[in-house]
Ligand binder design. Structure first.
Ligand code: ADP
Ligand code: ZN
Length: 222
């Protein structure tokens, strides 16, 4: 078996990418790289970079390709990702980003891009009830809140509704997903890197489906 894994998770906002990527990162012992989490950390730190990113994020717009590509390249250049691999969450989001990733990862390339499929009616419900930890990004919802008074079970910080989980920003992000990110499914399919996994149902059920699909594709041939 090839050590580590090089995975990309594709899927609409609210498909469960964050939750599932955290679990896959633990299972395959690889870093979870979430561009959304990187930008939110920069916003919290109040850097110039964070202030710029925030304007795009709060409006539900994409951060410009060159900026995101620069951030991801830097992260992929570190030792842990070079030796073990990664699970990428929220990147690539445009064909231009996918092209750039391909160049960075050559010659070995990605193991697999997984399309986590969830119906739009389901993601709209999930996003409206989503709550997140301001510090570590752990996901909760009004239906499954943290144990104690909206403080994070993992790190004890405040659990809130994201600034971009408003009706307007959600609609804009889903429109951009259809326009810019959905074409990546065909792009990875053409390169024989795509597998689709049903993202509906209990989170544990979805994790098991993902691991089965990934291991099936990664088994040594012959
Ligand atoms: P969601 O998938 O719910 O939109 P993320 O946490 O993945 O949330 O991303 C939040 C925001 O960060 C996006 O709406 C966008 O502004 C910015 N962002 C994250 N990843 C990218 C990317 N690959 N390209 C451009 N912008 C990005
Ligand atoms: Zn936390």
């Amino acid at each position: 078996m090839v050590p580590g894994a090089r995975l990309v998770l594709l899927g609409k906002q609210g498909a469960g990418k964050g939750t599932q990527c955290t679990r896959l990162a633990l299972h395959y012992i690889v870093p979870h790289i979430s561009t959304g989490d990187i930008f939110r950390a920069a916003v919290r730190a109040g850097t110039e970079f964070g202030k710029k990113a925030r304007e795009y994020m709060d409006a539900g717009e994409l951060v410009p390709d060159e900026v995101v590509i620069g951030v991801v390249k830097e992260r992929l250049d570190q030792d842990d990702t070079k030796t073990r691999g990664f699970v990428l969450d929220g990147f690539p989001r445009t064909v231009h980003q996918a092209d750039a990733l391909d160049t960075v990862l050559a010659p070995r390339g990605l193991d697999l891009a997984i399309d986590l499929e969830v119906d739009t009616t389901v993601v709209l419900q999930r996003l409206a009830s989503r709550r997140v930890c301001v510090n570590c990004g752990a996901n909760y919802s009004v239906d499954s809140p943290p144990k104690v008074n909206w403080t994070c079970d993992i790190c004890g910080n405040e659990v809130i509704q994201r600034a971009d989980d408003t009706e307007g920003a959600i609609k804009r992000r889903l429109d951009l997903y259809e326009e810019q990110t959905a074409p990546l499914i065909a792009w990875y399919l053409e390169r024989d890197k795509l597998v689709a996994v049903n993202g509906e149902g209990h989170p544990d059920t979805v994790t098991n489906r993902l691991i089965r699909a990934i291991d099936h594709r990664r088994e040594p041939q012959g």
